[in-house]
Write a protein that binds this ligand. Structure first.
Ligand SMILES: [Zn+2]
Length: 255
């Protein structure tokens, strides 16, 4: 079975069994148990937790540029929109900082620097005024040496929950897409405005390197963008489910 189909089957197994949010462990435990799984998982149906997805950059701010000349902002948006749809179907109340190719700065502000500041302030307001249980900001990486590749998670320093969310994202990227990825999650401070100032657990997901020709080519295809998006949706669902169950949020190697 193609990876995308596997991911879809896995994600929707939860939606079908529980009619909403269900822990990944419950899906796993329920596999092959028939109706027993339905009864067990029904307890896991919960209110719709608010989560915020941020597609990095937008409008005049293209972010970094791939080796093929594709701006990061487009890839971020495409991934975010699919994650949004998946999480909506899984029972989350998804808020997005942007859903089109725009900067969300206040009207009337002139100059790129001031627009960028306003844009970031408004993105932060979406996160902090939504009552979100978590926020994930989606970006792509770039480095001078083209040999580097692979996803990496940056979490809000001194926030154990942010660290746990980053661990789950790292785990799911490794399980589904990049088994050889050894990149550690990294804490960040005020150099990452949005993550640092978020009131909820927050992670910036650098999904891959646009400076690596092989990875850039993949990240530019809608099919791989959808796979990455589903991994992000799966990660968020696992993190929330484990937390709601009161169990470990730490990575466990199971799908
Ligand atoms: Zn970026």
């Amino acid at each position: 079975m193609k990876l995308k189909n596997k991911l879809l089957t896995y994600l929707f197994a939860g939606a079908v069994i529980a009619g909403g949010i269900v822990g990944c462990e419950l899906i796993e435990a329920g596999a092959g148990k028939g109706m027993e799984a339905v009864e067990t998982s029904a307890d896991a149906v919960l209110d719709r937790p608010v989560i915020v997805l941020d597609a990095g950059h937008g409008g005049a701010d293209g972010g970094c540029v791939s080796v093929n000349g594709i701006p990061e902002k487009n890839i971020n948006l495409s991934i975010m929109l699919t994650s949004r749809d998946m999480l909506d179907l899984l029972g989350y109340d998804v808020r997005c900082t942007r859903e089109t190719d725009v900067s969300i700065h206040d009207k009337g502000i002139e100059g790129l620097a001031k627009q960028k500041k306003s844009d970031m302030d408004n993105r932060l307001a979406v996160i902090n005024e939504s009552g979100a249980v978590l926020a994930v900001s989606i970006h792509q990486n770039q480095f001078t040496d083209p040999k580097y590749s692979g996803a990496q998670m940056f979490f809000k320093a001194d926030s154990p929950e942010s660290s746990a969310l980053a661990d789950v994202l790292r785990e799911r990227f490794r399980i589904w897409l990049q088994p050889d990825n050894e990149r550690e999650t990294k804490p960040v401070g005020d150099e990452l405005f949005l993550i640092h100032n978020a009131k909820c657990p927050a992670v910036m997901a650098e999904c891959g390197f646009l400076s690596n020709p092989e990875e850039a080519a993949k990240l530019e295809t809608p099919s791989y963008q959808q796979e990455v998006a589903m991994v992000i949706a799966d990660s968020i669902n696992c993190y929330v489910s484990r937390k709601r169950q009161g169990g470990e949020t730490a990575a466990e190697n199971s799908i």
